[in-house]
Design a protein around this ligand. Structure first.
Ligand SMILES: NC(=O)c1ccc[n+]([C@@H]2O[C@H](COP(=O)([O-])OP(=O)(O)OC[C@H]3O[C@@H](n4cnc5c(N)ncnc54)[C@H](O)[C@@H]3O)[C@@H](O)[C@H]2O)c1
Length: 255
């Protein structure tokens, strides 16, 4: 029997590069995975890949910027499976705007998707978690929570860390863990918001060269961290931010 068999996880942004690999890793560990995304076609492709390998997954449409859709999705999932164990919030947007060109709509979208979405998902899951007296919320933040990204994005991810730590305290008495994973740059479709392939090649090389391990982080690295934090093995780990960044969080000393 697989370790997490019988437990149900909802992943947002599951049609994305990190989200998709995370869904596959969770399913491999035995979770029944509800792969959700704004892009239902991509969510379906990810779910189909999982079921083709003999693991359990379904696809569902979810715009995490829409509070009503969040309520409906969580209700639908809970009723369908009779439980809801983990929420993994991987949906994210990063409009490539600096301060001078920052517009109000893009600011609102970024905060709604990256920050309000996880909060509303957790609120919707609360009745299930309260009944079960267990649960796990894993938010995908970013190294930019410490600064360095586009302002709206960095603010949303810093807010997500604040949300993670606050909910960890609030939900600890009912046995629910809340953690964040903060990856450094991962070369995914997300990164294409920064520019074309040559811009990305140059950026990726700068990040790689500045990374103590001399390697870029891969979606699999993020997925493994998420799978641990969602699992029963991490049942006493809460309020943490796990930096998946090949050593970039370490102060660099040149001897
Ligand atoms: N790629 C990186 O360098 C990097 C680094 C740190 C953190 N992250 C975070 O990792 C997460 C996944 O990013 P990725 O690199 O796999 O990018 P990606 O673009 O491949 O995936 C993002 C997914 O989010 C979905 N999405 C966007 N808006 C949505 C909405 N309103 N509702 C539901 N789904 C929506 C997209 O359809 C897409 O499938 C994001 O939260 C991102 O901020 C990425």
């Amino acid at each position: 029997m697989k370790q997490e068999q019988g437990r149900v996880a909802v992943v947002t942004g599951g049609g994305g590069d990190i989200g998709g690999v995370t869904c596959a890793k969770l399913a491999e560990d035995g979770w029944t995975v509800v792969v959700t995304d704004l892009d239902l076609t991509r969510a379906r492709e990810v779910a189909a890949g999982i079921t083709a390998s003999g693991d359990l997954a379904e696809a569902d449409e979810l715009d995490v910027g829409d509070p009503a859709q969040i309520t409906d999705l969580v209700t639908r999932t809970g009723e369908r499976f009779g439980r809801l164990d983990a929420l993994v919030c991987a949906a994210g947007v990063e409009p490539p705007q600096n301060l001078a060109d920052l517009d109000v709509e893009a600011w609102a979208l970024t905060l709604d998707v990256n920050l309000r979405g996880p909060a509303l998902l957790a609120r919707a899951a609360l009745p299930w978690w309260t009944r079960q007296r267990s649960g796990a919320l894993v938010n995908i933040a970013s190294r930019t929570w410490l600064g360095g990204g586009h302002p709206a994005y960095a603010a949303s991810k810093a807010g997500l860390v604040g949300l993670t730590r606050s909910l960890a305290l609030e939900l600890a008495p009912i046995g629910v863990t809340v953690n964040a994973v903060a990856p450094s740059f991962v070369r995914t479709r997300f990164a294409r918001q920064r520019g074309d392939e040559s811009v990305l090649d140059a950026y990726a090389e700068r990040v790689r060269a500045a990374t103590p391990m001399g390697e870029l982080v891969r979606p699999e690295d993020v997925a493994n961290a998420v799978a641990f934090l969602a699992s029963a093995r991490a049942a006493r780990v809460t309020g943490e931010v796990l930096h998946v960044c090949a050593g970039s969080q370490l102060p660099l000393f040149v001897s």
